[in-house]
Design a protein around this ligand. Structure first.
Ligand code: CP3
Length: 349
């Protein structure tokens, strides 16, 4: 029966819908990255954006960690900045740093000059890569986009930042420009995610990586309406929606109001506490500190056990890191962690 494709592993979908699973699903943010020797080999010849624009290469890199690690999902190899090119934002991705924008947007004219996103024209390679990747996988494929706040922060600052001073200054001093920018970005990302779903992704994740820098009242006023618009627009598709941020322990109630079926939290908050605050009508994803994977196998198992103990007996936990995999990570530690999570939760519902 070798010609039959193995049955789809749907643990992730079930956990997202808070249905019982045969073992806890595991995947990792940045699971295709520099810590994998196979990935580094591809990167010797191609930069990140070139990989994204070549559907064959992109499908290869996307499926790599599924084979190498035994994870329960693949995440499209792309970057949150990628669709912004089609809107007229010029940038490069600098190794070890992140996105650098040529002309940061800080006034109404430049916000208004951003083009609308037309996915089939602006990111045809992403949609093609999704179709190709789907044919190669027997696990769900996760599509994603940046959330309006996190994208706006890069576009306004022009480079990665720790304090988000320019972003906040624009928000407070020039709310008209802020709202124009957020309006454009949320419309664009809703259509980008819808196009990815149409092309075949099984789950979507909205990355609001840096939103934890805001107070709850500012999140409420300046961010919530835009993230909510995206989640609302995707609701009718029935595709599970993951809402991710880091440092969000002050924002969970607000983020829940914005929407999502699954909430991704980092290690700064105990996962059971985060889940209790969010409520048991949503699923939870997380939350091992990626740096723990730099420790010994015993340390990794003990910290993973702590997370699994805190989520035991409830349906709807997706095991993940609290943020992306570090380049220094040993792939062997990751392989063992995946096996450990599966073995420790087999048949436990
Ligand atoms: O495996 C996966 O998770 C899928 C691929 C993926 C990439 N970027 C490819 C990439 C995903 C999901 C992203 C999202 C992304 N990009 C985010 C949100 C997630 C997060 O980490 O908070 C952000 C903030 C970006 C912007 C960005 N792009 C940064 C901060 C960097 C790191 C720069 C560096 O060199 O460390 C990038 C570059 C980038 N995008 C890499 C990868 C695998 C770095 C590795 C490389 O240079 O090959």
């Amino acid at each position: 029966m070798g010609w039959l494709r193995p049955r789809l592993n749907d643990r992730l979908i079930k956990a997202c819908r808070r249905q019982p699973v045969d073992a806890t699903p595991v995947w990792f943010m940045r699971q295709a990255g520099r810590y994998l020797p196979e990935y580094r080999k591809v990167r010797e010849k191609h930069d990140v954006i070139s990989i994204c624009k070549n559907p064959d290469l992109c499908a290869k890199v996307t499926t790599m960690p599924v084979e190498a690690l035994g994870v329960d999902a693949a995440i499209m190899f792309a970057d949150i900045m990628l669709p912004l090119q089609g809107m007229g934002v010029k940038f490069e991705i600098k190794e070890g740093l992140g996105p650098l924008i040529q002309e940061p947007i800080r006034n109404l004219d430049s916000a208004n000059s951003l083009a609308d996103l037309d996915p089939s024209n602006d990111v045809p390679f992403v949609l093609e890569a999704i179709a190709q990747t789907k044919k190669m996988l027997n696990v769900p494929l996760i599509g994603f986009s940046g959330a309006p706040f996190t994208l706006a922060s890069y576009i306004i600052e022009g480079r990665p930042t720790r304090d988000f001073v320019n972003t906040k200054a624009l928000m407070y001093r020039d709310p008209k420009t802020w709202h124009a920018l957020m309006d454009k970005l949320s419309t664009a990302m809703a259509s980008y995610l819808r196009a990815q779903i149409k092309a075949g992704v099984d789950v979507v994740q909205l990355f609001d990586s840096w939103v934890g820098c805001l107070s709850p009242q500012d999140y409420h006023q300046y961010v919530l309406p835009y993230s909510r618009r995206i989640f609302k627009e995707l609701e009718a598709t029935g595709v599970p929606r993951i809402h991710f941020g880091t440092g969000t322990s002050n924002l969970l109630e607000e983020m829940k109001q914005a929407g999502g079926d699954v909430f991704g939290v980092d290690w700064r908050i105990p996962i059971d506490l985060a889940w209790a605050r969010l409520g048991s009508d949503v699923a939870i994803q997380g939350n091992l500190d990626p740096a723990v994977l730099l420790g010994s196998p015993e340390l990794i198992r003990s910290q993973a056990t702590e997370i699994l103990t805190k989520t035991k007996g409830k349906v709807g936990h997706v095991f993940n890191l609290g943020h992306g995999m570090l380049p220094e990570t040993s792939p062997q530690n990751v392989i063992e962690l995946v096996k450990f999570v599966h073995d420790s939760t087999k048949n436990s519902g």
